[in-house]
Design a protein around this ligand. Structure first.
Ligand SMILES: Nc1nc2c(ncn2[C@@H]2O[C@H](COP(=O)(O)OP(=O)(O)OP(=O)(O)O)[C@@H](O)[C@H]2O)c(=O)[nH]1
Ligand SMILES: [Mg+2]
Length: 341
């Protein structure tokens, strides 16, 4: 398996010559730190309270996520109980740590034995540097909701400083997260942003589209996670003071999809909606199913004509984006497979 992304052809390239890319993502950390919870929220349409019924993961829970840019994420959710960790580091060492594209390591901020957590982290880092020295490493200091707001920054900074000293050749990217607010979406949106191979071409096309339809803001959501992977905004859009609006929007739409599923009886993994329109006195917005692995959201000034023209033009632009997204095969099995719904 090749861990790193292949060079990507530009928009005009014939789909059949574009190879399917795979990326192995290891999700590790001590038992109960919240790995399966976050994976279920990001990729399996769980809301935070659903995670209370998750049991401890036995060995590795492997899932394949079909992803934007003809990418398949092989997500290894590694159960964190001591016996499993020892096994990854010994018998399964080369199997687990070879060809890793990304390691996401989760620390529980409430852990009573941080020194021991650090020792385990160091052993994992040493196995990773042996088998996948070019892997990216992300650190999530998780369950921040359990710390009093006034102490959050200081305890986060302390943890990160200690973790950096044990990170060997890697330069980990740290985040403070909780399943109970937007922070989880922000962290995963950045991780996913780094994973999508042809994002710069996608971003160029998004800017062209945004200018053409006179939008204030254009957002591209990845279909399986509903995270904003790319965005463009006009000078008006960029003065929006709500800096966490993308994470909030992901959160709102995921909750909306969940409710839709509950009240219509459709599976949670189903698409749930193809077009959502919002027309208010101060702005208009639509969210529309776009290419195979994306949804597009467009924010516009008020006005029926401009709204209709923008929607029409966005539909016209679909083909261009489809070739950037370019799935290898289409079928009902797209999306997550593996984890229980
Ligand atoms: N307060 C709080 N609880 C959380 C958070 N994230 C997860 N949890 C809870 O932590 C518990 C354990 O979560 P899991 O996701 O099963 O933990 P895990 O890391 O997968 O554990 P193993 O599979 O044994 O390695 C669940 O009851 C979650 O509801 C968080 O951000 N804040
Ligand atoms: Mg688990």
């Amino acid at each position: 398996m090749e861990a790193s992304a292949q060079p990507v052809a530009d928009a005009g390239a014939a789909p059949e010559i574009r190879k399917q890319k795979k990326k192995k993502v290891l999700l590790m950390g001590k038992s109960g730190s919240g790995k399966s919870s976050m994976r279920s929220i990001i990729f399996s349409n769980y809301v935070a309270r659903d995670t209370r019924r998750l049991g401890a993961t036995i060995d590795v829970d492997l899932s394949h996520v079909k992803f934007l840019g003809n990418l398949t994420l092989n997500l290894w959710d590694c159960g964190g109980q001591d016996a499993f960790m020892e096994n990854y580091l010994s018998q399964q060492r080369s199997h687990v740590f070879s060809n890793v594209g990304v390691l996401i390591y989760v620390f529980d901020i409430e852990s009573r034995d941080f020194d021991r957590d650090l020792l385990t982290y160091r052993s994992i880092i040493s196995a990773l540097s042996q088998f996948s020295p070019t892997s990216s490493v992300y650190i999530l200091i998780h369950k921040m909701d359990l710390v009093a707001p006034a102490q959050r920054e200081a305890s986060y900074n302390d943890r990160i400083a200690a973790i950096r000293t044990k990170s060997d050749v890697f330069d980990p990217v740290p985040f403070a997260t909780s399943i109970w607010d937007q922070s989880l979406y922000k962290a995963w949106a950045e991780i996913i942003h780094d994973l999508v191979p042809n994002l710069s071409s996608i971003e160029r096309h998004l800017a062209t589209l945004g200018t053409l339809i006179e939008a204030e803001e254009v957002l591209l959501f990845e279909r399986s996670s509903f995270l904003v992977v790319s965005h463009w905004c006009s000078s008006i859009g960029s003065s929006n003071p709500t800096t966490d609006r993308f994470e909030r929007l992901s959160n709102i739409i995921k909750n909306f999809k969940q409710s839709t599923s509950r009240y219509t009886g459709t599976p949670k993994s189903a698409e749930q909606f193809v077009l959502l329109e919002l027309k208010l006195s101060r702005f208009c917005m639509f969210v529309v199913k776009f290419s195979t692995n994306t949804y597009l959201a467009v924010v516009l000034p008020p006005g029926e004509e401009r709204f209709n023209a923008a929607l029409e033009n966005a539909m016209q632009a679909r083909k261009e984006f489809e070739s950037l997204d370019s799935p290898a095969r289409r079928g009902p099995d797209r999306g997550v497979s593996g984890p229980s719904e």
